[in-house]
Write a protein that binds this ligand. Structure first.
Ligand code: R5P
Length: 283
């Protein structure tokens, strides 16, 4: 049985047999969650961005309710997994948020997690992580084929080694990105400190693919380096487009002729749908 959260109503036409779960709020803003009667295997599709913390609590409540309703197994389908970017410690003793979230999903009642381009896995496939089975789907083929169809002389580039799997099968190359130490400007972050370009983009229509565009720091630096390197054009694509602040404008100012993302996160750039890939695994 496929269940859709209210924040996935846009996917309903792709899953005609899916049932809805109910999410409301009590007067103090705490979450109220109700699920349909359910037996067999339950797949619950719920976005956890924006409002990551609230959405995660909603997911935990829904998973528990599904198990109470009689679901024999429950799979959390979270298109963009929040807290996935800290899977190791840079300083002692930081919380390893990726691990904590996966443990909590398991404890809440999930046997498995389906997600897309999970930051810490860095490749598609099925993995065991923090006690839960994760099926990591990828939008890389959809992003690559969309962007390739727009240009004559494509060259695929990833902005760092972590995203190399986006361009591997396409004879692509990767920037060598380095990050500095922590900085604080309202939020804590680690800025990109360097982007080495061990490849030639002169005359190419460069297509830069990454898992996430968040503040756009990584993508902006990659775009500028390619323009300075003589690229004919630069387009960029990412599975998850968070576009914090004026990121989209910064990418365009840097020279991006096109920006495309999937709808794991809703934005004006989420032109590619995850529905087809999800349909293949939700059964
Ligand atoms: C980093 O390893 C990721 O693959 C992305 O490049 C990064 O998370 C993007 O973040 P931002 O847009 O803030 O540079």
């Amino acid at each position: 049985m496929i269940l859709l959260s209210p924040n996935c109503a846009d996917l309903a036409r792709h899953f005609p047999a899916a049932q809805q779960i109910e999410i409301k709020h009590f007067p103090d803003a705490e979450n109220y969650v109700r699920v349909p009667e359910c037996t067999g295997s339950a797949f619950l599709v719920h976005r956890c961005y924006p409002q990551q913390d609230v959405s995660l609590v909603q997911l935990f409540l829904a998973l528990g309710a599904l198990r109470d309703a009689g679901a024999e197994s429950a799979t959390a389908v979270v298109p963009y997994l929040p807290y996935a970017r800290q899977d190791k410690r840079v300083r002692s003793v930081e919380a390893i948020s990726a691990q904590a979230v996966c443990r909590l999903l398991k404890a809440a009642g999930a046997d498995a997690l389906v997600t897309f381009d999970c930051h810490f896995l860095k490749k598609p496939g099925v993995f065991e992580y923090a006690g839960i089975s994760i099926n990591n789907l990828t939008m890389r083929d959809a992003l690559a084929s969309h962007l390739k169809s727009r240009v004559k002389n494509p060259m695929l580039i990833s902005p760092d080694e972590g995203a190399r799997y986006f361009v591997e099968g396409e004879n692509g190359s990767a920037f060598q990105k380095t990050r500095g130490g922590y900085k604080e400007r309202g939020a804590i972050y680690r800025a990109v400190s360097g982007m080495k370009m061990p490849f030639d983009v002169a005359g190419k229509d460069v297509l830069i693919l990454d898992d996430i565009i968040s503040t756009g720091g990584t993508m902006t630096k990659a775009i500028k380096a390619c323009i300075n390197g003589g690229a004919s054009s630069v387009r960029c694509g990412a599975t998850h487009g968070l576009f914090i602040g004026d990121t989209a404008a910064a990418l365009k100012r840097a020279g991006a002729a096109e920006i495309v993302c999937s709808n794991t996160v809703a934005s004006e750039f989420s032109g590619l749908s995850i529905a087809e890939l999800l349909n293949g695994v939700l059964e």
